[in-house]
Design a binder for this molecule. Sequence first.
Ligand SMILES: [Zn+2]
Length: 151
Amino acid sequence: VTVADQVPTAEHLAVIYDAAARAYPREACGFVRTSGVRECVNAVETAGASTRTAHQGYTLGATDVLELAHSLDGDDPVVLIYHSHPDVGAYFSAEDQKFAVVDGAAVYPVDHLVIDVTAAGVRGARRYRFSPAAGQYVLFRSYEPPEVRGR
Ligand SMILES: [Zn+2]
């Protein structure tokens, strides 16, 4: 069993789902290590070159990218990068592939988790893993939506 198989824990998922629900209708983003979840600032709206809104994409800020890169050499590396898809489902978009893959190789040795969120709440998540054969990220596994509490 590798670290990548132990992340995300149920606790990690609860934090991520909460972040996705709070960010709605914008996209939440961040990353996950064994030690916990880091919620990142969605830099899409502050990146001058982009005319997209946070609803249509995400970009990790420079500080977040540095922390991510540095973590990969340490004993608590980032295992997963997550972001939410408000209202469109947890597919891995062409933009997502562009962010994650350069010249047929994964930019970072991590999986990507996409959270399906609507106004009614989180409907689950899909995890994508880089396939060297395909030269892109492909569906690795799905996660159930959180249990509805109360009622
Ligand atoms: Zn996306």
